[in-house]
Structures are given as structure tokens and as C-alpha cells.
Design a protein around this ligand. Structure first.
Ligand SMILES: [Zn+2]
Length: 340
């Protein structure tokens, strides 16, 4: 059933101008009037961080108790069916206001609203749900992600696939956090990479490092990025790791700087590592999504924040990131599109 957005109930219509300014106003308004959000954004200022360095990049372990709900989210079909959807308009907390961005504005193909995330990882953290209750899927929406990134140049947008990080797999949503805070955003340019295909100054790179098998699109040509991304989806769905799936398991980061987009694709083979399900000392409440693979590892529990060491982190990342041989198979297929 569709839940149509009713304008005026939980926010205001947005025109094509000044989305970034409207977001500033929304943050100020919400932090004044919404006690839960205010408390959680204040706590984030004292957030503790530990750093673990690998040759290719540094990971920041963030101790963030407010993320416990998300890390513990039950995302199986039965649990999802039995809970009320927290991204649907009619279930938003009374204090929560949003900015509506509709079809046609910024070239968007679908309707969304911008909300502040009351359980932040970033000093500014947005949730951008679809106005209608439709399942989490990137199909037909990568252009919307690029369009929104362009309008929010202070942010990096991210997307968690329905089976690898989204705590509402039944309700389509993007998120956004302050740009350049995830270590990967700066580190990737120094990593070992190969150009798979290009059109003029827009490129698709494959990064193949010890713990980073990532595809990165970079450049000005939005239509080309959309075209190659959609092919990537199709090819990745043919990989053994995607058997029985409606969408390849993946997380996305997307930002726009100096007239160029950067869109990073982290393909996955697993959502939660075995440590997540272990009992006793071996247990780690680490449930990786886009932000974790971007280099900010969220630990809602103090024991995990203190005790996760470099070997464990490496093991966890290897378990969840796509297998190298499948990544190479996909890269080869995408490389062949360069001659078209
Ligand atoms: Zn919903």
C-alpha cells in the first residue's frame, strides 16, 4: 500500500533553490525543538575514537551507544512485517520535520524528504526516505542519488543495500553525512587502481587492495555514470555471490565536488560477520554498512570499542567484502564495455 506524502503535515514544500540553506535551517530548528535529537548530537561531540592503521588506509573505531538500535535491528522478513515502519510519514515522531524534494526538482525521478537522523554518526546526518513506502532498492534511482549529491555539496550521500546495512529494508532511503569524514573518501586516490573504462574525463576505476575491493566512478558525465552503474548492477547480479538476490549486496558513497561526482561501490558477500553471532568474549556487535566500509567502524558497545584489534578488524572486513576472484570477474566484464 502506498503512503502518499501530504504536504504541510510534516514539513514544507521545497523549491529548486537553496537546498543546502534549507538543510541548515532544518538542523537548527530540529536541534532547538527535538530533545532526543539535541541530546544525541550533543553526545556526538564527545564521541571517542580509536584509530587502526592499515597500509592502504586508517579505520576509525567510533564508540557510539546511540547506534545500538540500528546495530541490533532485526532485518528478517518476519520481523520487518511485524513492526511499524519508522520511515513512513505517519509514524515519524511528532517533533520531526522534513524538507520535501519532489519529482522534477534537481532532475529527480522520485519523491523524497530530507530528515535529520536522530541517531547521528556525523555532526550533520540526514536520512532521505522515499515519500512512499517501497522496498529498499537502487534500481532506477542512481540518478536521484547523483542529483541529490549535487545539491548537497557539504555532504556525502550513502546507500545501504536491503541485505547489507539498511535497518529499514522495506522502505527506500538514502542517508548523508558531512563530506570527507570517512577515511576512504581521501584515501582511495592513493590506492592501487586500474581504469576499467572511460568516456573523456569520466572514469570507472577498480581498486584492488588487501582489504578494499571497490569500484569508483569519477567525473562530470552523469549519464555515462548512470549507464555504466546500471550495467554493473546487471553483471554483478550474475555473479555466484548474488545467487537468489534481487540486488547485488552493496554499499554506496556518493559526493559532488568541483563539477565532478565520485561514486564508490563496495560490493559485499555477507552482511554481519560471524563475530556478530558469537557469544562471550568473541562477540562483536559490529554490523557493517556504508559508513563502516568508508572507514568509520561503529561500535555501540564499550567492550567492542576497547577490544577490537587490528587482526579482528581485518578478519571482519575480509568476511563482508566481495571475494577477490568475483570482483576480478566483474571488473573484467566492465573493462570490456570500454570498447563499445
Ligand atoms: Zn515505510
Amino acid at each position: 500500500m502506498e503512503n502518499r506524502y501530504r504536504s504541510g503535515e510534516h514539513g514544507f514544500e521545497s523549491s529548486a533553490e537553496g537546498l543546502a540553506d534549507k538543510v541548515e535551517t532544518l538542523f537548527n530548528q530540529q536541534l532547538e525543538t527535538w530533545a532526543l535529537a539535541k541530546k544525541n548530537y550533543q553526545s556526538l561531540r564527545q564521541v571517542e575514537i580509536r584509530r587502526i592503521r592499515f597500509p592502504e588506509m586508517e579505520y576509525q573505531i567510533q564508540f557510539n551507544p546511540s547506534r545500538l538500535v540500528s546495530a541490533q535491528a532485526k532485518v528478517d522478513t518476519k520481523s520487518i512485517r511485524e513492526r511499524t515502519c519508522f520511515l513512513c510519514q505517519e509514524h515519524l515522531p511528532q517533533e520531526q520535520k522534513g524538507i520535501y524534494v519532489g519529482k522534477g526538482i534537481y532532475g529527480l525521478k522520485q519523491d523524497y524528504q530530507l530528515l535529520i537522523n536522530p541517531f547521528p554518526i556525523f555532526r550533520k546526518h540526514l536520512t532521505i526516505p522515499s515519500v512512499v513506502h517501497v522496498k529498499q532498492s537502487i534500481e532506477g534511482r542512481i540518478g536521484d542519488m547523483l542529483g541529490l549529491a549535487r545539491q548537497l555539496p557539504a555532504f556525502t550521500l550513502f546507500y545501504n543495500g536491503p541485505e547489507c546495512g539498511a535497518s529499514a529494508p522495506d522502505h527506500m532511503h538514502f542517508q548523508a553525512g558531512c563530506k570527507d569524514e570517512m577515511p576512504f573518501e581521501r584515501a582511495w586516490t592513493g590506492m592501487r587502481k586500474q581504469i576499467l573504462c572511460q568516456k573523456n574525463d569520466t572514469f570507472l576505476y577498480a581498486i584492488n587492495e588487501s582489504i578494499n575491493q571497490v569500484l569508483v566512478f569519477k567525473g562530470k558525465d552523469k549519464d555515462w555514470i548512470i549507464d555504466r552503474f546500471e550495467r554493473m548492477l546487471k553483471y554483478a547480479l550474475d555473479l555466484p555471490v548474488s545467487a537468489g538476490k534481487s540486488e547485488p549486496m552493496m554499499n554506496l558513497l556518493c559526493e559532488y565536488t568541483d563539477t565532478e561526482w565520485t561514486l564508490s561501490v563496495f560490493l559485499r558477500q555477507r552482511h554481519r560477520p560471524i563475530q556478530y553471532f558469537e557469544e562471550g568474549d568473541n562477540n562483536r556487535m559490529i554490523s557493517p554498512g556504508a559508513v563502516d566500509l568508508g572507514g568509520i567502524i561503529i561500535t555501540p558497545l564499550n567492550k567492542d570499542f576497547r577490544h577490537t584489534d587490528k587482526n579482528q578488524l581485518e578478519d571482519i572486513l575480509h568476511q563482508v567484502i566481495i571475494d577477490v576472484s568475483e570482483f576480478n570477474e566483474l571488473s573484467t566484464k566492465l573493462g570490456e564495455t570500454n570498447y563499445e
